[in-house]
Design a protein around this ligand. Structure first.
Ligand SMILES: [Zn+2]
Length: 540
């Protein structure tokens, strides 16, 4: 147990009061039983998963598949009986992109196929190209000079040494009681949020400078290796260039399986010539710079002007089919509203589902929706901050809320893979603890036991939290999220855990139902105050 501070003891006191407080929270166990039955005995979640992952596939924001997924989810929600299913645009986002063909093979000293994926928002090779390889380790602009004039027509094998180790720990994980106890402990933050946006911008600028350097040097292509040490055919791939019009990189970029990349690196280290043959076809799409969120509702009754939302991001990265990130979150949300419709639930508050695009590029879809409906902070002068979410614009000034903001009781999000729910992150909102304690009780037998005051970041509930709307993400078992599926080519249907997805769908349907039926809206915490401008950092 941490050293007791007034804050911790007050929360422990609150927690110790929870049993008394939660018992005052009415929970309609009869309906909860019906939700469990429908979700466990008549589940459609894996059919939805195959429809999204197998029939549509990867859903990179801006890609044709992303639009297909928006249309498909809208039509599925309509077919489930939801009302007003429609697409809401946000943006402009920028250029769409998709890969149609990728092939790489070594031709000297050996002839062998290589496992590679094109990085998003990079160009193709315009047919088959062949080139010699050269190793480059470039971590800062000063490193450019080492390679100036040496890279023309070459294939750059880029990055620090790749390490491949035998898998010693199970890549599959469920949270232990000890893990959950630790999660329940609260860490007192410093004043300034840990996320230093300036560093993020610096990294972005470096990537632009590096791409420009390679273009100036007339490099044939750039190949880096997958992250992590597991290897084994799992390749983690993201973007290699900007999706903003006028900022498109001109150099083809690929990510290679570490085992294949290290063979080339060793040969180059031995001063042996390595020649590769590449053939990559990528397409940029400029027909529509706007992107879309899928929205649909179960209309309320006596409190129908008040709303409870649930959601998840529908977009994904492109090497797999975006199954655990975040097809899982999308289909459990769809299944949750399907369950409520199948039971002909008549909620008091309107229940609204949101399936967002643009999450992987910075929570852009949920941010766009929140800005249009609920509120935002003022824009910032800095051109780098254009289009950046409210949660990153704390220096810009106070949040201006819109009338709808007062009518949204809560937003529930799922975006941590396929693992079952073990609890909820309270985002420092202590007043909801006894309420969630009561709502959580009917699921103790399914492993849901833990509330933590901790914030959790990096996904769409933050867009709502940033404008003072209670936004929550659930604690989930990691399964293989970090070790295999998160942004990899192995993020596919087979990595989904059906029983876990059924558990998540049932719990989400129940929490949303409880929130829609409750007499009061959920209690709120104050909106974060603006941050003083960060002092200009002198370039070191
Ligand atoms: Zn995600």
């Amino acid at each position: 147990m941490k050293r007791s501070t007034p804050f911790v003891c007050s929360f422990v006191v609150i927690l110790s009061m929870v049993p008394a407080l939660w018992s005052q929270e009415k929970v309609d166990l009869e309906t909860i039983s019906r939700i469990r039955y429908e979700g466990f005995h008549n589940s459609k979640v894996m059919e939805l998963a195959s429809g999204l992952m197998d029939s549509i596939g990867e859903r990179l924001t801006g890609s044709p598949n992303m639009k297909r997924a928006n249309d498909w989810t809208r039509d599925q929600l309509t077919a489930m009986g939801l009302s007003n299913a429609h697409l809401e645009s946000w943006g402009p986002f920028g250029r769409g992109w998709a890969n149609q063909y990728v092939n790489a093979r070594m031709t000297t000293p050996d002839i062998v196929p290589l496992l590679v994926y094109a990085k998003a928002w990079t160009p193709g090779t315009n047919g088959v190209v062949t080139g010699k390889c050269i190793r480059a380790t470039i971590e800062k602009k000063e490193d450019f000079d080492k390679y100036r004039g040496k890279l023309a027509g070459m294939i750059v094998i880029l990055g620090p040494d790749a390490e491949v180790k035998p898998i010693t720990e199970l890549p599959y994980k469920r949270l232990t009681d000890d893990d959950l106890a630790k999660t329940g402990e609260y860490q007192i933050p410093g004043e300034r949020p840990p996320f230093r946006f300036a560093e993020f911008l610096k990294r972005q600028q470096f990537m632009k400078d590096l791409n420009q350097f390679f273009a100036d040097e007339k490099v044939l292509a750039v190949i880096d290796h997958s992250r992590g040490t597991a290897g084994g055919g799992t390749v983690f791939v993201q973007s290699g260039g900007s999706y903003k019009p006028g900022e498109t990189t001109t150099v083809p970029q690929l990510t290679m399986a570490s085992e294949h990349w290290t063979r080339i690196a060793r040969l180059l280290q031995q001063k042996k010539d390595v020649t590769l043959e590449l053939n990559v076809t990528n397409t940029f799409y400029d027909d529509d710079p706007m992107q879309y969120d899928t929205i649909a509702e179960i209309p309320g009754t006596d409190k129908k002007d008040e709303v409870v939302m649930l959601g998840a991001h529908l977009d994904s990265w492109h090497a797999g089919t975006g199954a655990t990130d975040n097809g899982a979150g999308s289909v459990v949300m769809m299944e949750a509203v399907r369950i409520l419709k199948a039971l002909d639930i008549k909620p008091r508050r309107t229940i609204r589902i949101g399936l967002w695009s643009g999450e992987e590029e910075g929570l852009l879809g949920s941010q766009g929706y929140v800005e249009q409906h609920f509120g935002s902070r003022p824009p910032m002068d800095d051109p780098n901050m254009k289009g950046m979410p409210t949660l990153l614009r704390r220096e810009a000034g106070p949040v201006t809320v819109k009338p709808e903001q007062a009518k949204l009781s809560a937003y529930f999000n799922v975006d941590n893979g396929t693992g079952r729910i073990r609890g909820v992150h309270l985002q420092e909102n202590a007043a909801v603890a006894p309420i969630f304690e009561a709502w959580m009780r009917p699921f103790k037998d399914l492993g849901m036991t833990t509330l933590t005051m901790r914030n959790t970041g990096g996904t769409d509930h933050l867009s709502f939290d940033a404008v003072g709307i209670p936004g929550f993400q659930f604690i989930q078992d990691p399964i293989e999220y970090e070790t295999r599926t998160h942004h990899s080519n192995m993020d596919v249907y087979d990595r989904l855990q059906p029983e876990d997805l059924k558990q998540i769908s049932v719990i989400v349907a129940s929490f949303v139902y409880d929130a829609a039926m409750r007499d009061q809206m959920l209690p709120r915490k104050p909106i974060e105050k603006p941050l003083p401008k960060e002092p200009e950092k002198k370039e070191d």
